[in-house]
Design a protein around this ligand. Structure first.
Ligand code: ZN
Length: 508
């Protein structure tokens, strides 16, 4: 038996077979059972979700010889001729190719003639938004005062292009995209009907690719069936359609997270050699990092992630921060645009993948601003804490504090009476830092430093007295030609690390 196109074979014959449009179906059924028939219906929504099928079912429901109902018999001559598209009383017009006012004039003349063999004369106008303005105006008069046996069913993918004057005269139904889960369910049933075993992953992939259009899902399903042989598998889809597959994307992303650029570029080469296109690789990585972003936000719904959450590499999820994942997606979006005009698409891809491999060290502008603010306030308070491994700067509890000018003056002042020379030398200290019970004095002159070291006891006593605690004193001397850095140098080092910069103009 010849293989019948699935979209045709599965075209719904009754409203109960119309998938994924429960609200529309229940409203129409209700209208039919209470015999409240409008003279103009407007079906809007994305392509491939059942608008035209619903219009044909409605036409049958109105004209079935068994009487008006939401379950047309499907076997009477009216039902059969409508299904075959040769009913004289159900006229299908493609709005895209009958856009002129003359076409509408023909309709206006025709509607004056009663239906041939049915209760209603039904006009189904598809892509109605394509009609010209004058055609809409001509149509308006007809739908305002139609003969009682006339029913218009308009269908459109672009409701906003249908004039408000038309819309307001129609009973409107908004058809929705069909969920990935629903499409997968339908595809499972479809493959069972064909007696063709299928991996659930593979059907899920088809459902995901069809982005809510059942017709697209059926078309892709047919394509997959054509090369699948005895069983539909994800592996066959990958090989035949050149999909990188979550496993290889995962593997490359893990190497990226580990900063292993060489391995990333080798694996990318393998994927390209395996027949995956550059476009497809970018699409696969974009949707992969999108899923990682969702997982970072604790969103684990399979339909949103496109795969089971357990599939995604833990290493990738834990390595990257949210802003780094956002940066990855941004780089990939830009790459997708850029390769349209690229001298060499493959080089562009490799460049971005190499950048993605150092993504874990990326700091967003916002984070840099925060760090600058942190450094500013730390410089003011003189307190620092540096985490060596990550380069992160953290404000912690104050480990040390600079003595206030008042305290320093009173120390120097009280020493002046008996130790005038020592107090003058002490004035040359560049920093007075109290860490726990140790006062660290810094001098930039060896002479001053040594002078203070040589006469430390009176200073120790005075400071202990003024601070009301037992104080030890350490003296360090900054050697201008290098040597052990003082606090200022540490600060400069820190700023250099955060900004990955160098001190220009000597620094001293
Ligand atoms: Zn019938």
């Amino acid at each position: 038996m010849a293989y019948e196109v699935t979209a045709t074979r599965k075209r719904p014959a009754t409203f109960s077979e119309l998938e994924g449009q429960d609200f529309v179906v229940s409203t129409i059924n209700n209208a039919l059972s209470t015999e409240r028939i409008a003279h103009a219906y407007l079906f809007s929504g994305p392509r491939g979700v059942g608008k035209t099928s619903a219009a044909r079912i409605l036409a049958k429901s109105l004209n079935c010889e068994e009487g008006q109902s939401d379950t047309p018999c499907g076997v009477c001559s009216n039902c059969v001729s409508i299904s075959r598209g040769n009913s004289l009383d159900v006229i299908e017009i493609d709005g895209a190719s009958n856009t002129s006012v003359n076409d509408i004039r023909t309709i206006k003349e025709e509607v004056l003639f009663a239906p041939n063999s049915s209760k209603y004369k039904v006009y189904i106008i598809d892509e109605v938004h394509m009609l010209s303005n004058s055609a809409f105006n001509a149509l308006l008069k007809t739908i305002e005062e139609p003969p009682p046996y006339i029913v218009f069913i308009f269908a459109t993918t672009e409701i906003q292009k249908v004039p408000a004057t038309i819309r307001s005269r129609c009973q409107q139904f908004n058809f929705r995209l069909i969920s990935v889960e629903k499409i997968k369910e339908i595809l499972i049933k479809t493959s069972e009907e064909l007696d063709l075993p299928a991996e659930e992953d593979a059907l899920f992939w088809i459902a995901k690719e069809s982005t809510g259009s059942l017709r697209d899902a059926y078309t892709l399903f047919d394509q997959v069936v054509s090369f699948s042989g005895e069983k539909i598998t994800m592996e066959k889809i990958r090989t035949k359609l050149g999909i990188a597959g979550i496993d290889s994307v995962n593997e490359i992303a893990e190497e990226m997270a580990g900063g292993n650029t060489q391995k990333v570029l080798e694996l990318t080469d393998e994927a390209l050699m395996g027949g995956v296109s550059i476009d497809q690789l970018i699409i696969d990585f974009t949707s992969y990092f999108r899923s990682v972003l969702f997982l970072k936000h604790n969103i684990v719904k399979e339909a949103l992630l496109g795969s089971n959450p357990s599939i995604f590499s833990k290493k990738v999820i834990s390595t990257y921060s949210i802003s780094q994942v956002e940066q990855a997606i941004e780089l990939l979006f830009k790459l997708y645009k850029d390769i349209r005009f690229s001298l060499n698409q493959r080089f562009e891809l490799e460049l971005v993948f190499s950048r993605l491999s150092s993504l874990s060290t990326y700091i967003s502008p916002n984070e840099i601003l925060k760090k600058i603010e942190g450094i500013k306030s730390d410089l003011k308070s003189g307190s620092f804490s540096v985490e060596q491994n990550t380069g992160e700067l953290k404000k912690e509890e104050k480990l040390s504090e600079n003595l206030s000018t008042d305290t320093i003056t009173s120390i120097i002042h009280s020493l002046r009476k008996n130790k005038l020379a020592l107090s003058s030398t002490l004035e040359k200290a560049t920093s007075w830092k109290l860490i726990g019970s140790t006062l660290k004095l810094t001098f930039d002159s060896t002479y001053s430093g040594n002078a203070v070291k040589g006469d430390i006891l009176p200073i120790k006593e005075k400071v202990s007295e003024i601070l009301n605690m037992n104080i030890d004193i350490e003296v360090s001397i900054v050697n201008p030609s290098g040597g052990s850095p003082n606090e200022v140098d540490e600060n400069i080092e820190l700023v250099k690390r955060v900004f990955r910069g160098e001190v220009v103009n000597g620094g001293k």
